[in-house]
Write a protein that binds this ligand. Structure first.
Ligand code: NAD
Length: 397
């Protein structure tokens, strides 16, 4: 029986803006954001005012006391994902946790440790901490009988959702996938410091193609013999391309600088248990606007998913001022020349269909395709990739 789902958004920053728009558009009113929590009171209040949300608080735990809230959507920094998931589960609330499900940000070190010590921790140690975190989150939700939904928007994007249907219909073998997310650098200064993000481009951006590849091979395995086809090993390289000497000697007008101790470029090669491969790239060093794409090579088909850019619209302006007041696409450096404006990024990126799916999963008490187990597999793959990059060898998952 469908009923209206009350949502509490936690964090009123960048991601929460997307969530407010998407929940408002999603699901024909099946869900409604009824409260927001942000530790900065002005941000909570401004967000509530902007999106006509009836309640705003600074303490996230107040949301857990509200009977009208069925699920919380955690749009907060990575170190809060586990404790907030555990608290929400204990309070009987369903949970949406954004990517990454968790990250190594020195959560096992003394609070006053120098930030350089956090990124200096061994990658194998980081891997064991994030896997323990993610397993604890999955276990907390299962023990409480609530859903832990993992905010991997890519798999809900119209292009990857259709690719999944096409691959299912083709019923051949996915032999290779190539996918990546690249742009010219995160909006957030915190993204340049391991202490705040738990990694660089491979974690922040590579999580999307990695999650999508694991998801598509899972569907293939389930359709063929009732068992997911899982990734079994990874090898990777990471680096800071802004440290290339000739780049350092150039002006910094376009190329993002200041990466303290995280990579701004990474590439990983996943091997699945059937021998198929996934080639992943992730970069904060690419000009020309947001690029998110996934290519699927099958034994009997080939599918290309262009989340961004795509050619729904192509536009030309002889001068950047012509389209000055109109949004074109994320991270585009200039509005001059040819561009591919995105008419509805929330839809093409999968954020809106994802919010709709999460609300429906709670309302209909059905499993979500993007759950805590997928989030766990992704952090295992990413931190194993960091081990591989540090040790220069292939790592078994
Ligand atoms: N495509 C995606 O899925 C996607 C995109 C962007 C960000 N993210 C993820 O979203 C999360 C947040 O990133 P962001 O870019 O929105 O960051 P942000 O800094 O813009 O917003 C985070 C907000 O959380 C608030 N906050 C901090 N501690 C809090 C607490 N204890 N209680 C309540 N509020 C608190 C901050 O005041 C801030 O407003 C990160 O995990 C990031 O990886 C996911």
């Amino acid at each position: 029986m469908e009923r209206r789902i009350g949502i509490g958004v936690v964090g009123a920053g960048f991601l929460a803006e997307t969530r407010a728009r998407c929940y408002a558009k999603a699901g024909g009113g099946l869900g409604q954001v009824v409260a927001v929590a942000d530790s900065i009171p002005e941000k909570a209040e401004e967000y509530a005012r902007k999106y006509s949300i009836p309640n705003f608080v600074t303490d996230f735990r107040k949301l857990l006391d509200m009977d009208e809230i069925d699920m919380v959507d955690l749009c907060v920094p990575n170190h809060l994902h586990r404790p907030m998931t555990e608290a929400a589960a204990a309070a009987g609330k369903h949970i949406v946790c954004t990517k990454p499900l968790t990250a190594y940000v020195g959560q096992d070190l003394p609070k006053d440790v120098d930030e350089s010590e956090i990124s200096a921790q061994g990658r194998r140690h980081m891997l064991s901490v994030v896997v323990e975190d993610a397993e604890a989150m999955v276990a907390a939700a299962e023990a409480a009988g609530v859903k832990l939904m993992y905010g991997e928007n890519w798999i809900f994007s119209p292009s990857i959702a259709k690719a999944a249907l096409l691959a299912g219909e083709a019923s051949g073998t996915i032999v290779e996938m190539r996918g990546g997310e690249c742009h010219s650098g995160s909006h957030s200064p915190f993204s340049k410091i391991w202490k705040y993000t738990g990694g660089g481009a491979l974690l922040r951006l590579g999580a999307h193609p990695i999650g999508s590849m694991i998801y598509l091979k899972k569907l293939e395995g389930l359709a063929r013999n009732g068992k997911p086809i899982r990734p079994v090993s990874v090898s990777a390289e990471v680096g800071d391309l802004s440290r290339i000497p000739s780049v350092q000697a150039e002006s910094d007008e376009w190329f993002a600088r200041g990466w303290k101790d995280v990579e701004n470029w990474g590439s990983a090669l996943l091997t699945f248990e059937d021998g198929s491969r996934g080639v992943v790239w992730a970069s904060d060093t690419m000009l020309g606007g947001m690029e998110s794409k996934l290519e699927v090579f099958m034994s009997n088909a080939r599918i290309i998913c262009n989340l961004s850019p795509n050619n729904l619209i192509q536009a030309y302006a002889p001068d950047a001022g012509v389209f000055a007041g109109e949004y074109l696409m994320e991270k585009l450096e200039t509005k001059a020349g040819w561009s591919t404006p995105m008419p509805d990024e929330d839809w093409t990126s999968g954020h809106q269909p994802m919010c709709e799916e999460f609300v429906r999963a709670v309302a209909m008490d059905q499993p979500s395709p993007s759950d805590g187990h997928l989030g766990l597999e992704v952090v295992r793959a990413v931190y194993s990739a960091y081990v591989s990059a540090a040790e220069g060898c292939r790592i078994d998952l």
